[in-house]
Design a protein around this ligand. Structure first.
Ligand code: URA
Length: 258
């Protein structure tokens, strides 16, 4: 499939970036949180801020003579799909989600990393790109690179399938919501995903993998565990966030150094 390239100076409507601002970057690191962009860019290279429009904050990191884009996607599939559409027009061809997640298997500890090779499509946005029988699968080579870096660094990590939802509360079967009500279709769903060996809940990966496949570009995902759902519905302390962040920064830095 031949995609459309944007004119060099055409600023994309949502992300506030034009092709010339990317200075040739073809790889994008995609945290969800705009607050993580500058730290991630600085952790991997010489960082310079680019734009901040809506949920899309961006920076360039200069690493070994090449430029890497770091851009937040915000939360949820619709924001991811828009981000991918506009970045692909600017020439980005490799996308790595660098996010946070809730583990649903007992052997996974807070602060561990999860590399997702595929995702259960509980989102809505991916269904606008491909019918549900189409799988949400990561790029094998890009995933292998993440896995190798995590292994070499000795960082605790797990490889497996995510369940990507459109909601943090009912979709992830949390009962500590405002109403406490979980619709029938999600009651018992966490036990089902656990029985099927799914590792984690998060809100972006299924859209990322499906849209990337539809566009014939490469995508992978690595997330730090900030909730252990076998024990509690809550999320962990800031210290755990910091640990997870330090670990995924280490892994990403390693893959870019090679
Ligand atoms: N992100 C999610 O979507 N769920 C969690 O439990 C933690 C982070």
């Amino acid at each position: 499939m031949q995609g459309k390239f944007a004119d060099e100076h055409a600023v994309q409507y949502h992300i506030g970036l034009a092709r010339n601002m990317l200075a040739g970057a073809t790889l994008a690191l995609l945290p969800g949180d705009p607050g993580r962009v500058m730290d991630l860019a600085a952790a991997v290279g010489d960082a310079s801020p680019l734009a901040f429009h809506r949920e899309y904050k961006s920076a360039l990191a200069r690493v070994n003579g090449t430029n890497v884009l770091v851009m937040s996607t915000g939360m949820g599939g619709p924001s991811v799909a828009i981000g991918l559409e506009e970045l692909a027009r600017l020439g980005v061809r490799q996308f790595i989600r660098v996010g946070t997640t809730g583990a649903i298997q007992p052997e996974i500890a807070l602060g561990d990393l999860i590399i997702n090779e595929a995702a259960v499509r509980l989102d809505g946005a991916s269904t606008h790109y491909a019918p549900l029988p189409f799988p949400a699968v990561a790029d094998h080579a890009l995933t292998g690179v993440l896995l190798q870096a995590a292994r070499e660094l000795g960082v605790p990590h797990h490889l497996g399938i995510a369940a990507s939802t459109d909601t943090f509360w009912p979709g992830q079967e949390r009962y500590d919501s405002f109403t406490g009500y979980v619709p029938r279709k999600f009651q018992g769903s966490m036990a089902e995903w656990q029985a099927l060996g799914v590792l984690n809940y998060e809100m972006e990966t299924a859209t990322l993998f499906t849209v990337a496949r539809a566009m014939r570009v490469q995508a992978a995902a690595i997330c730090g565990v900030v909730a252990q759902r076998v024990e509690t519905e809550g999320v962990a302390s800031q210290a755990v966030y910091k640990l997870a962040e330090a670990r995924f920064q280490q892994v990403v830095k390693r893959i870019l150094a090679n």
